[in-house]
Design a protein around this ligand. Sequence first.
Ligand code: ATP
Length: 336
Amino acid sequence: MTIPLIQINGLEKTFTTHEGWLGQWHFHQGKLTRRKDSVHALNGINLTINKGETLCIVGETGCGKSTLARTIMGLTSPDSGEIRYLDQRIDHLNNQQRMPFRRRMQMVFQNPYASLNPRMTVYQTLSEPISFHNPKLSQSQIDEKVEVLLESVGISASSSDHYPHEFSGGQRQRISLARALSVDPDFIVADEPLSALDVSVQAQVLNLMMDKQEERNLSYLFITHDLAVVEHFATRVAVMYLGRICELAPRSALFNHPKHPYTRALLSAIPRLDSNTTQAIRLIGEVPTPIEKPIGCVFQARCPYANQRCYDQSPEMITQSDESSVACHAIEEGRL
Ligand SMILES: Nc1ncnc2c1ncn2[C@@H]1O[C@H](COP(=O)(O)OP(=O)(O)OP(=O)(O)O)[C@@H](O)[C@H]1O
């Protein structure tokens, strides 16, 4: 049975930036004014992450993947929209109110070199969240939990007095995962957790994450550029473009029958031995900047199927027969 764990409705986030060194001041109504640009990072995201599933987010750099992750985790506040954990709204909580959810929702970052405190031993890194969230545990119970946790991610408990710099990149990412697991979460956001690692180590860390998911019925929101990882690991895949989700589909539907022109373009960039019958699309044109949010479909400027409606009207997500959803006028009109 599918149980929704995280539900996101109409999430919007715009950042205001002061663009460029020379361009940041200008005269406006006789006054020297600092120029501001609005970066539309999230433009109405609707998404559900179910219990026990891995939802992978893919899309070009700057399309809003990390902003989505950080907003779900409460590290960035949304401008509008709702985020629910089970049936509780969590998008507007202050630090104090968010505390119970911090245990249940954890994050693993791209760079284990930066995300572990270099001045804390592995024991301190793991025991601190354990004792904070379980104040009744005795010292020996905490010690035992740290030991079991470390061994469970393939790090010898005898190295718990070592510092992060004494470990390899893969070991550090294992320790980051152990830290996330130390408080028994239900949900982990992993933002490019493999991309700072050697290719040979990536598979080991990915397999470890899959084992932990099975053991603990974890839900993952997994952000990656690597479509081979997505094909191996995802339950469902959300394809993002310029702050919007353009296709959301079960893994096999997405890889076997990609629908949105952007998804097709992404997948046709992967060299494959089996010939895919879906027509490949080569992307033309520049990636538009999130500062100039287009009216209509966000993919219009690079889409070979765009017509006037695509320039005028933003397409809605429409569910297809294979449980995928896609936002594309050309598909809706049967032109694709
Ligand atoms: N704190 C911020 N202030 C201003 N702009 C920001 C901020 N954070 C993100 N942005 C902008 O929002 C847009 C989305 O950024 P985001 O990091 O979410 O994209 P991404 O898809 O995760 O990219 P990448 O794959 O490179 O990590 C980008 O244009 C980025 O420059």
